[in-house]
Design a protein around this ligand. Structure first.
Ligand code: HEC
Ligand code: HEC
Length: 440
């Protein structure tokens, strides 16, 4: 099979279930039974309505765009989080839907370890990377501060070119998952734009990214390479010259080939599933990242495609600030949250350690019930409640594609989450299933 594109695409969509428990950790790290009051130092300016241009798009196109935005988890990073009274935990704030990093909201307060991928701040809209800080932008149709003055072509070119506003200037920075979203057709990108034109315009100008100029040039070169590799995985590209030395190499165990059950699906179903997995950026979290010398940055290691957190790979090295939401570890498969550390799972069809041992119905239950294939409550940052907006046919296609990838044996660890937090997550997942929670 051909190797998919590499990508520094970014964290993902819908860290949605997102559910960051403000459970109090006692001095000895012992959990108190009662959840603490959530972060209080974040006071945001009141929401300000903006002004949108007329929306020429059809209801049908807008509805398609809405499905892509909800299932693609755009709200996770573009809608600021605050304590959700119904859930009892922080979650995307519907009154500021898709308006980006609020003016004056804090940067992440903790530290990214030397090999960590990213640290996500208090409103889930500020992102500290090893080389700078970025902020999610305002996607509402406000003419002055959002997308109201953009053309459809500019919007599509953002994804086609990996450049800000689809122009020829600065690159689009991580963790914006542009390189995965670009697997979508122009028509689907147009649908997303149409939906964005239809939502309430909000006035909010996120700050300029804090990225030193040499890094900006390096990211332009990297984005161009990602695009070239997506077109032709065998294209020969040169490693970047100069620049900072690579981070210390991760000492991962060799890849172990697994064994898959005999399952066959129609070719068009598998092709559809692959597109959904690529555009849905499942590889961000389920394929371990290692330093890629050609890109000059960490990227998914395709020899371990979709095999989850490698046995013995490190936890996140840095630390969360008191109000930060998430720290992404060195392989992008381990995640530190305020209440513990979680690991992505092996989705390859290995019978013993991956999806080869699951039935299609167990797989559907992950998204329909917020439960693991083994019945456990599913924990963040797995974006199950965004993905669950997809129809059954799409989920079945994803399962069919997963059965077609090379089986890899990899026993992923159980989440290190205390029982009180799991109970809380179970309750939160239940409220999300009732359909009464805010945007995911
Ligand atoms: C993991 C977090 C994350 C997710 C998920 C995410 N974004 Fe973003 N997005 C960002 C960040 C950060 C930026 C700012 C990047 C920059 O400054 O270059 C951004 C920027 C953008 C931009 C402007 C790019 C430019 O500079 O011209 C668009 C358009 C956009 N996002 C659309 C989307 C859509 C549509 C989705 C869902 C399908 C989405 N984003 C999901 C974090 C995210
Ligand atoms: C932001 C990171 C992230 C992204 C993106 C992501 N996942 Fe996950 N996924 C996780 C984590 C972490 C877990 C483990 C959760 C747990 O232990 O409860 C998980 C668990 C799962 C499980 C449950 C496996 C089991 O053992 O029961 C399935 C199935 C799954 N993911 C499929 C997907 C698919 C399909 C996509 C893309 C459409 C995707 N994931 C995208 C992080 C992610």
């Amino acid at each position: 099979m051909t190797e998919p594109s590499r990508s520094l695409g970014g964290l993902r969509s819908a860290f949605a279930p997102c559910v960051l428990l403000a459970l109090g950790l006692g001095p000895a790290g012992v959990l108190h039974a009662q959840p603490q009051a959530p972060p209080s130092s974040v006071t945001l300016k009141p929401v300000r309505p903006g002004q949108a241009p007329p929306n020429p798009y059809t209801k049908k196109l807008i509805a398609r765009g809405k499905l892509l935005v909800l299932s693609g988890g755009c709200n996770t990073c573009h809608t600021p989080w605050r304590l959700d009274p119904k859930l009892g935990v922080p979650a995307p704030d519907a009154t500021r839907m898709l308006s980006g990093h609020p003016e004056g909201a804090p940067d992440p307060g903790g530290e990214v370890g030397p090999t960590d991928i990213a640290l996500i701040g208090p409103t889930f809209t500020s992102f500290r990377l090893p080389f700078g800080t970025t902020y999610s932008l305002n996607l509402t149709p406000d003419i002055d501060t959002g997308t109201g003055s953009w053309t459809e072509k500019m919007f599509i070119d953002i994804f086609r070119k990996g450049r800000h506003l689809g122009g020829d200037g600065r690159p689009v920075y991580p963790p914006m998952p542009w390189s995965w979203i670009r697997y979508r057709s122009d028509q689907d990108l147009k649908a997303i734009f149409a939906y964005l034109r239809s939502i309430p315009p909000l006035r909010n100008l996120p700050p300029t990214e804090k990225i030193p100029p040499p890094v900006a040039d390096a990211v332009i070169a990297m984005n161009d390479k990602i695009i070239a590799l997506q077109k032709d995985p065998n294209v020969k590209l040169l490693a970047p010259q100069g620049g900072p030395p690579p981070p210390p190499a991760l000492d991962l165990k060799p890849v172990v080939r697994g064994r898959a059950p005999k399952r066959t699906y129609p070719a068009d179903m598998v092709t559809k599933g692959r597109l959904l997995v690529m555009a849905g950026d499942c590889n961000n979290c389920h394929t371990p990242w290692v330093y890629d010398p050609v890109l000059g940055a960490p990227a998914p290691d395709w020899t371990r495609m979709l095999s989850g957190h490698p046995e013995g790979a490190p936890d996140p090295q840095g630390k969360l600030g008191p109000e930060d939401n998430l720290l992404v570890g060195p392989t992008f498969t381990s995640f530190r949250l305020p209440f513990g550390v979680t690991y992505s799972k092996n989705l390859t069809p290995d019978i013993d350690t991956g999806s080869g041992g699951w039935t299609e119905e167990q797989f559907l239950a992950v998204f329909r019930k917020g439960r693991h294939t083994d019945g456990r409550t599913i924990v963040p940052p797995m974006p199950w409640d965004g993905i669950r907006n997809l129809p059954d046919a799409d989920l079945r296609a994803i399962f069919a594609y997963l059965q077609s990838v090379p089986p890899i044996r990899c026993e992923t660890p159980l989440p290190k989450v205390p029982p009180q937090a799991l109970e809380m997550l179970e309750r939160v997942n239940g409220i999300k299933l009732s359909g009464t929670a805010g945007p995911s």
